[in-house]
Design a protein. Structure first.
Ligand code: ADP
Length: 170
């Protein structure tokens, strides 16, 4: 599991090949981590996003990072939580999986993820963390491309949840 790292802080400060943005389907900016990424990247990021024609839930698209210290931004759309009976867990797993596939396709070795869907989209944090970690873990087990995948958590509650699961996994 040593290719999985846990970090608490602002994802816009990370010097990785790609940070992942928890975007919405329009890809035209929003609040939370999306707002923070666009603020730091500057207006050229929005200009590039406007050309992408949005993104479906569970899919991912890539842009340059402009003024961010990382090289690329992978924009993925997690599901809005509606109670968990309409495919939200599979859609969340797909958001992580699609982001990793896209990063690999672009030959990126280090990627940082925020806690997709656990803010405004209201996905329960414990279940979201289990899905995020198992999806990344399974990818790394079957594919040795990536050097390091970092879970960038922002709030203390998510930090505690991630720490516990990652310690269990050894
Ligand atoms: P979603 O709409 O997918 O729920 P949000 O941006 O509302 O997206 O929240 C996703 C997660 O990103 C939340 O856990 C939130 O605490 C976290 N977050 C907010 N700002 C930042 C930031 N600057 N860096 C990293 N994570 C952040």
């Amino acid at each position: 599991m040593n290719r999985i790292q846990l970090y608490q802080g602002d994802i816009t400060e990370m010097h990785v090949d790609a940070i992942v943005n928890a975007a919405n389907k329009s890809l035209l900016g929003g609040g939370g981590v999306d707002g923070a990424i666009h603020r730091v990247a500057g207006p050229k990021l929005l200009e590039e996003c406007k050309k992408l024609n949005g993104c479906e839930t569970g899919q991912a698209k890539i842009t340059l990072a402009y003024r961010l210290p990382c090289r690329f931004v992978i924009h993925t759309v997690g599901p809005v939580w509606h109670g968990g009976q309409i495919g939200e867990p599979a859609q969340l797993a797909s958001a992580y999986q699609s982001s990793l596939q896209l990063a690999k396709k672009h030959q990126l070795k280090t990627v940082a993820f925020p806690n997709i869907s656990t803010g405004v989209y209201a996905f329960p944090k414990q279940q979201a963390a289990e899905i995020a970690i198992s999806t990344v873990h399974n990818f790394l087990e079957t594919d040795d491309w990536f050097e390091e995948i970092t879970f960038c958590v922002y709030d203390d509650e998510n930090y505690g949840i991630y720490e516990e699961i990652l310690n269990q996994d050894g």
